[in-house]
Ligand binder design. Structure first.
Ligand code: SAM
Ligand code: SF4
Length: 329
């Protein structure tokens, strides 16, 4: 059991590690068109990332998710997955990806010990997909989803960020797609992370309750008791194995049961997605290369900094200057 317990008696059992801030997409809600990325020497090396994962698992963390940026643009990602996948004590190993390179990587991720994948998909319309991602090719992502299914992943879940006036008319189509592929789908409320140029977030905010109502007009939903050890609330339909999740950082605060922390690509341990509280792990990694105890101690000490909750507003104010690609979703 995790020995990481914060001041509010929440036990930290889950770490999301961002392996790069770079990405081959420029999704309108996540990035601005012109992004400046970190110089490479400021990003943790594959060895350092493995050491971070090893330290957390040694402290009792059971679940790790790799994210980014786009994890599949990180060189040697398959090696990192193998190294982390073989850590004793790790029970749940997952990745969040835009799916564009899964055709190439799905098999090696699965063989490396990863059991679950979240694949982002906000539209099933080629033109619209391009507009939302600025550079993405829908067909590559659809091929990636097939490759993931073929590789044998235990669970595949789609993630869709719904923006009013952009893709809210596709909610039921996305559910139908998930049903036909027999995979799960979660709908995410847009979060005010980073200054984006594409739209005012207050105009596009679409609450989970609105999305749920659109689905229920077609498919009655039954609350499910299943949990993913995360903030999603899950529902089922009578005639399908597909589960529908809602991640609602605005409308349904989930901080009281928060069990997670995040590590950014530059090795900052972030105690909360919606706050700036953090400690620098890279400094310890580089001061004591290969040593576990100083790293573990810094992680233990950081727990007292975890804030009680986040405060997001829907009025378009940016409270957090970090972009989502810095942090990982
Ligand atoms: N590149 C990968 C991907 O897109 O799945 C992993 C990183 S991405 C930052 C992780 C998740 O965060 C994606 O599902 C994305 O849709 C979501 N996301 C990005 N910016 C967001 C924002 N401002 N509000 C809510 N979700 C966001
Ligand atoms: Fe890239 Fe993922 Fe952000 Fe889209 S949401 S720009 S795919 S990191």
């Amino acid at each position: 059991m995790s020995e990481l317990i914060d001041s509010f008696q929440r036990r930290i059992s889950y770490v999301r590690i961002s392996v790069t801030d770079r990405c081959d997409f420029r999704c309108v809600y996540c990035m601005s068109e012109d992004m400046t990325f970190l110089p490479r020497n400021q990003v943790l090396t594959i060895e350092e990332l493995t050491q971070v994962a090893r330290a957390f698992v040694a402290l009792g963390v059971e679940k790790i998710r790799l994210t980014g940026g786009e994890p599949l643009v990180r060189r040697n990602i398959d090696q990192l997955v193998r190294d982390i996948g073989s850590l004793e004590g790790l029970k749940d190993f997952a990745m969040t990806t835009n799916g564009a390179q899964l055709n190439r990587y799905a098999e090696s991720l699965y063989q490396g010990g990863m059991s679950r994948l979240n694949i982002s998909l906000d539209s099933l319309d080629t033109e619209r997909f391009k507009r939302l991602t600025r550079t993405g090719d829908l067909n590559r992502v659809l091929d990636g989803i097939q490759a993931a299914k073929k590789a044998g992943f235990e669970r595949i879940k789609l993630n869709a960020v719904i923006l009013k006036g952009r893709n809210d008319d596709e909610v039921v189509d996305l559910v139908d797609f998930a049903r036909s592929e027999e995979i799960d789908i979660s709908f995410i409320e847009e979060m005010p992370l980073g200054n984006i140029s594409d739209h005012g977030r207050e105009e596009t905010y679409c609450s989970s309750d609105e999305v749920q109502a659109m689905i229920e007009a077609r498919y009655p939903l039954f609350a499910s008791t299943e949990s993913s050890l995360g903030p999603a609330r899950y529902f089922r339909m009578a005639d399908s194995h597909t589960r529908i999740g809602f991640i609602s950082p605005h409308s349904h605060n989930f901080c009281d049961s928060c069990n997670r922390v995040r590590v950014t690509a530059e090795g900052r341990l972030l105690l909360c997605l919606g706050n700036e509280h953090s400690v620098d792990l890279r400094e310890v990694l580089r001061q004591y290369p290969g040593e576990m105890e100083p790293l573990k101690q810094r992680i233990r000490d950081a727990m007292s900094l975890k804030p009680h909750r986040h405060y997001f507003t829907t009025d378009g104010d940016v409270q957090i200057v970090r972009f989502m690609n810095m942090t990982g979703g």
